[in-house]
Design a protein around this ligand. Structure first.
Ligand code: G3P
Length: 221
């Protein structure tokens, strides 16, 4: 059976950049033999050192652009991200929206089996993204991102409705949910609603005691 996925987005938090990112990765590694698969979604600046330091935790990119090598100033070129150790990527995060064409072109450029998690703000967007066949779709109501109330409490039906809508379009796509996820109860509820894992950030990156938050996230699995 596949373990639930706990995807921690490091965003540009100071507490999850540079040396702090290394410490956070170490804390995640300490949980990686447990009941969940952990993913660290690192800044492009930190992809190489984190992927070198990781053993069990997967290191993903926060974004990629469908461009090649050459004259593409400031864009995140996929083969370079792979060469720096990225083994997956988020795309279309609420804080970095792109077009459906962007997602489609990117997916067509990536190697077979490279996991991509396309983020969706609602069921409608999730349905459109599912047709493009990403590995995962993470539904995250933008207004709940960074807040204290988990999507699984504030809007549980968006999770179950997204699961149903995505599976109806493309049963292969695995659904995650995020926004305000903070603890093991939120993770357990996400699974109960049909999601296969969670995408979270501030619950971990702003935690006073990261080790206990990470342990709590998997405590009910
Ligand atoms: O990418 C995860 C994110 O957008 C949710 O953030 O801080 O609400 O866990 P947060």
């Amino acid at each position: 059976m596949t373990k639930p996925l706990i995807v921690v987005n490091f965003k540009t938090y100071a507490s999850a950049s540079g040396e702090a990112a290394q410490l956070l990765l170490e804390a995640m590694e300490a949980q990686s033999e447990g009941p969940a698969t952990f993913v660290a979604v690192a800044s492009a600046f930190d992809l190489a050192p984190l992927s070198q330091a990781s053993t069990h935790v997967e290191v993903w990119s926060q974004h990629l652009d469908p461009v090649g090598l050459g004259g593409f100033t400031g864009w995140l070129e996929p083969t370079t991200a792979l060469a720096r150790g990225a083994v997956g990527s988020i795309i279309n995060h609420a804080e970095h929206k792109v077009s459906l064409e962007h997602v489609e072109q990117l997916l067509s450029m990536l190697p077979e089996g490279f996991p991509v998690c396309a983020c969706a703000a609602d069921v409608h967007e999730a349905r459109a993204l599912a047709a493009l066949n990403p590995t995962y779709i993470a539904v995250e109501p933008p207004e709940l991102i960074g807040g204290d109330i988990s999507v699984t409490t504030a809007d549980p039906s968006i999770v179950s409705d997204t699961v149903a809508a995505v599976k109806a379009v493309n049963p292969k796509v695995r659904v995650l949910c995020g926004a305000g996820v903070k603890n093991g109860r939120d993770v357990a509820k996400a699974l109960e609603l049909g999601a296969e894992g969670v995408l979270l950030a501030s619950g971990v990156t702003k935690a006073k005691d990261v080790d206990s938050v990470l342990a709590d996230l998997v405590a009910l699995l």
